[in-house]
Design a protein around this ligand. Structure first.
Ligand code: ADP
Ligand code: MG
Length: 342
């Protein structure tokens, strides 16, 4: 075969392979877009584990009519414009690929209205490589993304979908992680028309604890110690459990860097080390931790799914987290404190 440039749809489908693994990955990308758009309420409707319908509606700032087509194009983003921006990312998205990828492997409708527009507009794309058709629509200020028949045109991918229940569980777990990253945002999740989760917007400590208990369970809250520590540009906050809150599984380990959920080896290592002496070897630590760091100090452009980061001063971050957690655990043991008091 001669060398040739791939058709746009095929290129997008290849890119989709990196970020769109299953319905939960679609939900992740779309909810992150809603959060980046400043939404304070997000409604998620799933049918058949997401293989039939994923519908996400937000009250964010919306997309102007003229940019609806662009939003679905590859490498099109409103979040960065230069290398300087890339080196100090403050939004969850920046690659400009999610909507292009998702629309290449589904039947996607994007409906949006901005504050300045009298009416909403809808853009429809199916396995997109044609011009997007725009139609007037009814919609309050904000955006709805509807993704139907995920992987309808990529049968190999579709075959990898698990049962409705399994796929829905992945979505539910993902939204737990997101719910803990933004206590201020109301999130509702429905499956096959039934309301499954309702995370109310929480401002007060009591409301936050209610959400914490909804996601992590009552026992976590009972054994959780609030931590809050700052050192230079680095800030660590959240809740950790002492050995009384240890778990047979690693199911309550939530970690965020600048609001982005993470599975980071360096951070995991620091946390594990901090717990080492206080935790029986067959049990796992339970924690919800937020790390805030100057965005210049961290590179989020490591992996397309963005769940890894690279710290410019990794050792420093590692040691800070290690020491912060270790001393919080020691203090709590010294005080004989087993429960978290607000
Ligand atoms: P990225 O998030 O990396 O910029 P996406 O493909 O996810 O790329 O989205 C492309 C663009 O579409 C975004 O930069 C944003 O301007 C716009 N957009 C997507 N979803 C929403 C939304 N829910 N509300 C407002 N704008 C959105
Ligand atoms: Mg995005």
């Amino acid at each position: 075969m001669p060398i040739q440039i791939l058709p746009a749809r095929l290129a997008n489908q290849i890119a989709a392979g990196e970020v769109v693994e299953r319905p939960a990955s679609v939900v992740k990308e779309l909810v992150e877009n809603s959060l980046d758009a400043g939404a304070t309420r997000i409604d998620i409707d799933i049918d058949k584990g997401g293989s039939r319908t994923i519908r996400i509606r937000d009250n964010g700032k919306g997309i102007v009519k003229d940019e609806l087509g662009l939003a679905l194009s590859r490498h099109a983003t409103s979040k960065i414009a230069s290398l300087d921006d890339l080196e100090a990312i403050v939004s969850l998205g920046f690659r400009g690929e999610a909507l292009a990828s998702i629309s290449s492997v589904s039947r996607l409708t994007l409906t949006s209205r901005t504050q300045d527009q009298e009416e909403a507009w809808s853009a429809y794309a199916e396995g997109r490589d044609m011009d997007v058709q725009l139609k007037p629509a009814a919609h309050p200020v904000g955006t709805t993304l509807e993704v139907l028949d995920l992987f309808f045109n990529t049968p190999a991918r579709r075959k990898f979908l698990r049962t409705e229940k399994t796929e829905f569980n992945h979505i539910d777990e993902l939204l737990k992680r997101i719910a803990l990253s933004r206590f201020d945002v109301a999130i509702n999740l429905r499956h096959n028309g039934k309301l499954i989760r309702q995370y109310r917007a929480s401002d007060t400590q009591v409301q936050k604890e209610r959400r914490l208990a909804a996601v992590c369970g009552g026992p976590f809250l009972k054994h959780a110690l609030a931590v809050e520590l700052e050192h230079g540009d680095l800030k660590l906050s959240g809740w950790i459990c002492n050995s009384h809150g240890a778990r047979p599984q690693n199911d309550i380990q939530y970690c965020y860097v600048n609001g982005r959920m993470m599975k980071d080896k360096l951070i995991n290592h620091a946390i594990r080390q901090a717990y080492e002496s206080s935790l029986p070897s067959d049990l796992y630590a339970a924690y919800v931790l937020f790390i805030e760091v100057d965005p210049h100090q961290v590179d989020v452009n490591v992996h397309p799914a963005k769940h890894e980061v690279r710290f410019h001063q990794g050792r420093w971050v590692h040691d800070f987290i290690y020491q912060a957690i270790q001393s919080a655990l020691q203090q709590s043991m010294a005080a004989g404190e087993e429960t978290y008091q607000a």
